[in-house]
Design a protein. Sequence first.
Lengths: 93, 312
Amino acid sequence: MADEQTIAREFKVLNKYGIHARPAALLVKAAGKFACEIYIGRKGSEVSAKSIMGLLTIEGHQGSKLQVRTIGEDAVEAMLEIAELFEKKFFEE
Amino acid sequence: MAITLQKLLEAGEERLALELILGGEHLGRHIGEKALNRPGLALTGFFQYFAQRRLQVFGLSEFTYLKSLSPAEREKRLRAVFEKDVPAMIIARNRNPLPELRALAEEYGVPLFRTAMITSRFINECTLLIEELTAPRDRIQGTMLEIMGIGVLLQGKAGIGKSETALSLIERGYSLVADDITEVIRKSAGRVVAYANELTRYHMEIRGVGIVHVPSLFGVASIRRETTLDLVINLHTYENDAEEDRTGILPSDIDVLGVKFPYYALPVSPGRDMANIVEVTALNHKLKLLGHDAAKELDEKVMETFLRKAKK
């Protein structure tokens, strides 16, 4: 499709406890607002950002680097929102 | 909330073996305080503290004391009590009222009751009854079910499928308490008890079918007269899922009669078996009560693991 676009960025997990249940829920909630597909993970193993259980399995502890890919019409907006969560340490500290 | 003597008499006629001797025209009087008083001390003339807004109960000791006095003295002492405008007098052990008591009750327009019970038991039972009669109560929208001993109030907009969900749960062996309209009353110690309206009790309305009588269809095990309220579940459509908690570690609560209850907002969508989900919610709540909070435990495990890995 013409307006399909893929954006990829890497984020470092900054908050102390990493992506545990609460940050995972925030990610899922943010991702749920967009129509595009959103994946988070490391090379070779990524999960949908719309799955809580999936997000817990990527083991996003403090200091780990995670790739985020957004694919679809609203990929830019979605990436901005996800970026904010990472940058603001999921509002934990 | 004050109650009238009329209400007390109606409710207590059987339970308290309560009987009106005289003063029927004054039954509109209110009981000012939710406790009872034995006027023994007041009869001796001590009025520095006298619980005059309470029902006054005459037991064996009051009677024996009054009998020890001369008729004139007796009249004087009793008059002093009546002067305080007490709501009513109750004689325990079915004793006959002394003539002075009768005359003064007549004169002051204070109803005189009698009970067959002994004084201490009467005071216990009557306190409980007044407590019940004055307990905060409300009528709320929602279907009340009992799932494995957990009282679940199912709420949601009309047509979202409360009754249908309830029906599935009844088929699974759980019990209906009230359909669509639930009466709640707050008992002591913050317990809220839910029950159905007397008239429509055990009936349900299923869209397209009409009104059905649940025990006739599913047997007596499918109904319960009342249950304590343990949690509130709100069925809603996905459009308004802003408040939704996806992990179960951020519990919300809701106020019913001034008591807080766990509140779960469950989104309804095609293909989601709501009965199943309500059942899981209730059972998971029961598990939490037993001290096993799965969401929290997993989260703790996850955080601990991440912390260890971050340090490496």
